[in-house]
Ligand binder design. Structure first.
Ligand SMILES: [Fe+2]
Ligand SMILES: [Fe+2]
Length: 260
């Protein structure tokens, strides 16, 4: 989105001079989010659909629109790690790595660490209902428990469970506003998930779903390569070309610029 620098600076007033670069970046992010939250006038069409994933020119969940850059060619038989390295947006990769790292450090079972590592992969393509999308993309290649937990983490994010160590995220107050009431289907999904045998697994994804990163920790994919190997059944033809019912979703990320 285009930012009017004068309008942005006017919101800061005298504070602007004493702010650090980080504080200014935070303020800019908040300013952009507020702009996006403005209703579109009737009869006009917004240029950017908010639910579109970043790879397709959409915004990050918190409202940034990173510039689209040319994409590297994918290997002939791409594996999950190739998508982390060559397709998923850097901010989304950091979020996934930090979440998985937190689960690993806190002694979660390995399948939960893996679930944390891939819980938001769909965000790169589409944001709305990203839990359902990610679960479907992964379903042929992961355990039923892992895909179930990923599908339901999205609804659980809206409901606190202090006994399990999960509070309603401040980030959601910023994105959705104060007093936000989720759609009825989200509430129904939450209520269903709460009584399910794998509730805890889905809940643990939300517990380790970190947005406040420790800037002193840099997490790489390397410690997770073996975990991917044990929990993701890599198709020998490569993701996108194995004839599975979700192959086209992976191909869409391989060729996001193809016109048809
Ligand atoms: Fe998520
Ligand atoms: Fe997440």
């Amino acid at each position: 989105m285009k930012v009017d620098p004068q309008a942005f600076l006017a919101t800061l007033g005298d504070k602007a001079n004493s702010m650090t670069a980080d504080q200014r970046a935070d303020a800019l992010e908040e300013f952009m989010m507020k702009q996006l939250a403005k209703p579109v006038a009737p009869g006009t069409t917004a240029n950017v659909r908010r639910g579109t994933g970043v790879m397709f020119g959409g915004l990050t969940p918190s409202g940034f629109q990173p510039a689209l850059a040319p994409l590297a060619k994918m290997p002939a038989q791409s594996g999950l790690a190739d998508f982390f390295r060559l397709r998923f947006m850097p901010h989304s990769v950091q979020h996934l790595l930090q979440s998985a790292n937190d689960a690993l450090r806190k002694g979660q079972p390995e399948d939960i660490v893996f679930a944390c590592l891939v819980h938001d992969i769909a965000i790169n393509m589409i944001k709305v209902d990203h839990g359902w999308w990610a679960a479907q993309m992964l379903e042929p290649y992961v355990s039923e428990k892992v895909s179930w937990a990923i599908r339901h983490h999205q609804a659980l994010r809206f409901y606190a469970d202090p006994a399990m160590g999960y509070e309603y995220p401040q980030q959601y107050v910023r994105i959705f506003g104060e007093g936000y009431v989720p759609e009825p289907y989200i509430k129904a999904t939450y209520e269903y998930a709460r009584g399910h045998q794998w509730y805890q697994e889905a809940r643990m994804i939300t517990v380790h779903d970190l947005y406040a990163f420790d800037p002193n920790i840099t997490v790489t994919l390397d410690p997770f390569i073996d975990i991917i190997g044990r929990h993701f059944k890599q198709p020998k033809e490569g993701l996108g070309f194995d004839g599975s019912p979700v192959a086209h979703m992976w191909r869409a990320m391989i060729y996001p610029d193809n016109p048809l």
